[in-house]
Design a protein around this ligand. Sequence first.
Ligand code: HEM
Length: 475
Amino acid sequence: PNNQKKLPPGPRGLPILGHFHLLGKNPHVDLCNLARKHGPVMGLRFGPVPAVVVSSPAVAELVLKTHDLVFASRPPHDAARQLSYEQRNLVFGPYGPYWRNMRKLCTLQLLSNFKIDQFRPVRKAEVWLLVNSLKHAAEGRENVDLSAAISAVNGDMNCLMILGRKYSDGDLDEEGFKALFMETVDVAAQFNLADFFPYVGSLDLQGLNRRMKRLSKVFDGFLEKIIEDHVMKRGEEKGNEDFVDTMMAIMESGEAGFEFDRRHIKAVLLDLLIAGTDTSATAIEWAMSELMKHPAVMKKLQQELESVVGLDQMVDESHLNKLEYLECVVKEVLRLHPVVPLLIPHESMEDCELQGFYITKKSRVIVNAWAIGRDPDIWANPDSFTPERFIDNEIDLRGRHFELIPFGSGRRGCPGLQLGLTVVKLLVAQLAHCFDWELPIGMKPDDIDMSDHFGLVTARAKHLMAIPKYRLHVS
Ligand code: HEM
């Protein structure tokens, strides 16, 4: 009987509302502080919806590995309902045949090692363009908006890979990609009352509805344009089909074996554009910020690059697996700044027990990767940026070691891990190898502001600015 089941401990909630009031602007930090008091399996309630917050490697392993299937669904999500055609996307799709098939399709047609290799020349060309424009800035001793530059090159690489050509900001809206993607990950991460109280949603107490309606209109227009572009150039480039062509061919063949129409294509394209661009760009931005804040680490990384690559050429992807210190730097960056700090909420499909605590079916499960990365019981000096901690340490970030799970793990783990890591390493290595980075006059490394802005993807609150100085011996 129910009264014998031990529920997970947690703070006292308000009648009806539950625990919304405990979350401020930085829910990953608030939940971390609460978990230090109440434990790694912490029970909360958002209105009528039970939630459990996971904050240790052992419990994360139970949720993402041992009971992976039980926790493989996603809760109802109003933002995905409005922006992604009734949650027909991959990121928020509930567990079932549609999500499974779509995930398989994306993995095979876009995110496999084979496909990633196929797009190597695209990445090379785009990175070359970036380095070239930074070289010009270096000659003029310009203070560069590095955040914007990183985001732009990621956007271009992703458009080429996913959509077959570049789209410029003007194709989307006068605000441009970065602003709209930031707005989207902000809206999508809010603890939205509409997700918990269906009847309250229409009142739009948080003003989210209005923001989502606007976003959905802009994105739908853009996605329709992409599909129209592909319809127009049909058959022109046989053998040169991109991901959109492939998806459309499957739709038209009627042989998908699952419901598949334009809405599904648009929902998944939007997922990939946002998941692929914002995450990697944010990780690179954090890496550059930490490297500039810690000149000794930057120096050491540059020395490794000098010895493996040499100052008479740029970094090539074939160098990446020889760069051991770079690997440590990237791990350390993602430990301190897991760009998706609360992963994406999971939902339990059955009742389940976690470390003796009873978790009911349809609970919302929040895995706090940020808290795990900064847990003093796991990491010595958890707040210090020390890539050396990963030397001779077998912990990697592929979801096998639950101390470090910036990509999640298991069935819902990030399918873009390999692509994301490749892009992050390539760009961090290239930017550190080709340039020394000076701070604007009067600024010291310690002055770099590391505050973040919580969203599904949690990026720097302020753009990173610096002055590049070219350091290679080739012009
Ligand atoms: C540094 C780069 C990246 C990081 C840190 C990252 C992290 C994550 C995380 C934490 C999740 C959620 C895992 C969970 O819910 O348990 C996720 C899901 C996802 N990611 Fe990534 N990601 C990155 C790059 C990419 C790229 C490049 C793509 C594709 C182009 C991508 C596509 C996706 C998709 C489609 C999902 C949803 C999977 C599902 O629900 O089945 N990600 N990612």
